[in-house]
Design a protein around this ligand. Structure first.
Ligand SMILES: O=C(O)[C@H]1NCC[C@@H]1O
Length: 342
């Protein structure tokens, strides 16, 4: 076999959403901070195209690049590559990265609990992993400070009229719509319609509102549309369906940890969720992430919560992605039959 580059990957999924991890074969990109390194990866596109485009990737794939941490408290750092974005943070990807680091032995595992600190592009995240028999069984992530931005804002969407939406940040930026008001009961056979509609709503939100993060002026757009199911409360246990449309038009198979964090920020801002409550988000495939509000803080002058989310991930394989020097498509390709919901 001949190859001009070989990239070593441990593949994983968190509650259904793919989050592969590059463990070797890629030199750390230039940059003084993990955020700067992630901007370099986003601008350069070479690695993104190689691992995300066909024939090695596909629209369902997210890939995380492990890099040496910059922060003295971090045990490891990672750059997240999603189909269209290179975001500050991701729930499912951080759970996959933690699981791969511990299950593969890159970081030492201690049973029954291992605590590690990860450096995401958006900042430090503390991780607690429940471990048994050599497996990280459940990962608890103290996500980035999360905040509600607009509540009950009016958004015009061509063909849909005026929608009432919330916007929020949960490690990534969300427009949140009421799933029932959009005619969805959040069943798996609605995935295609949710993906198509969600992208239209995200695009309209970007055109009309534009996102502003008080401490990260580089993150200026809305990434996702969350279709939020009704919250059912039993004492301190809250439960709600969640389907997130990801650009260019797919639905997260997991319940989306950043969406759960954004939703908890909105519920907290409305006085509908407190630190004693737990919110379980349920995805279209029936998988769950659990969340709680571990504290409150401020992001700039905005009131914010410190969300903790938890979920499970599993390793699915080990891959070596290679490039034959005669391959005419070294950066791969995308076609609109799968890249973008039609
Ligand atoms: O869990 C999450 O936050 C993510 N899942 C894929 C897209 C989002 O980053």
């Amino acid at each position: 076999m001949r190859s001009t580059k070989t990239i070593h990957v441990i593949s994983a999924h968190a509650e259904g959403e793919v989050g592969d991890v590059i463990v070797g074969g890629v030199a750390p990109p230039p940059g003084e901070t993990i955020w700067e390194q992630s901007r370099w990866i986003a601008r350069d596109q070479t690695l993104r195209n190689f691992v995300l485009n066909e024939p090695r990737g596909g629209v369902f794939r997210h890939v995380n690049l492990l890099v040496p941490p910059k922060h003295p408290e971090a045990d490891a750092a990672f750059i997240i590559m999603e189909p269209e974005d290179t975001p500050p943070m991701s729930g499912s990807n951080s759970i996959c990265v933690s699981t791969v680091l511990l299950d593969s032995g890159i970081l030492p595992m201690q049973e029954p609990v291992t605590e590690i600190t990860l450096e995401a592009p958006g900042g430090l995240v503390r991780v607690r992993a429940e471990c048994r028999n050599g497996k990280a069984e459940r990962i608890f992530v103290q996500n980035l400070p999360s905040f509600a931005e607009r509540l009950d804002a009016k958004l015009e969407v061509e063909g849909l009229g005026t929608l009432t939406v919330d916007t929020a940040y949960g490690g990534d930026s969300f427009v949140i719509v009421d799933a029932a008001a959009m005619g969805f009961s959040l069943k798996s056979d609605e995935a295609h319609d949710i993906a198509r509609l969600g992208v239209r709503i995200t695009n309209a939100t970007n055109a009309q509102f534009g996102f502003h993060h008080p401490e990260n002026p580089d993150w200026r757009h809305f990434s996702f549309c969350l279709f939020a199911g009704p919250v059912e409360r039993t004492a301190e246990d809250l439960r709600a369906g969640a389907a997130v449309a990801i650009q260019p038009g797919k639905v997260d198979r997991s319940p989306t940890g950043t969406a759960l964090s954004a939703r908890m920020a909105v519920l907290h801002a409305r006085g509908e969720m407190g630190p004693e409550d737990r919110l379980t988000a349920v995805s279209l495939i029936g998988s769950t992430f659990s969340g709680r509000i571990a504290g409150t803080t401020k992001v700039g002058d905005r009131p914010a919560i410190l969300p903790e989310i938890s979920g499970r991930a599993w390793i699915t394989g080990v891959h070596q992605h290679m490039l034959d020097p005669s391959d005419p498509w070294p950066e791969g390709y995308r076609l609109t039959d799968t890249w973008g919901a039609r």
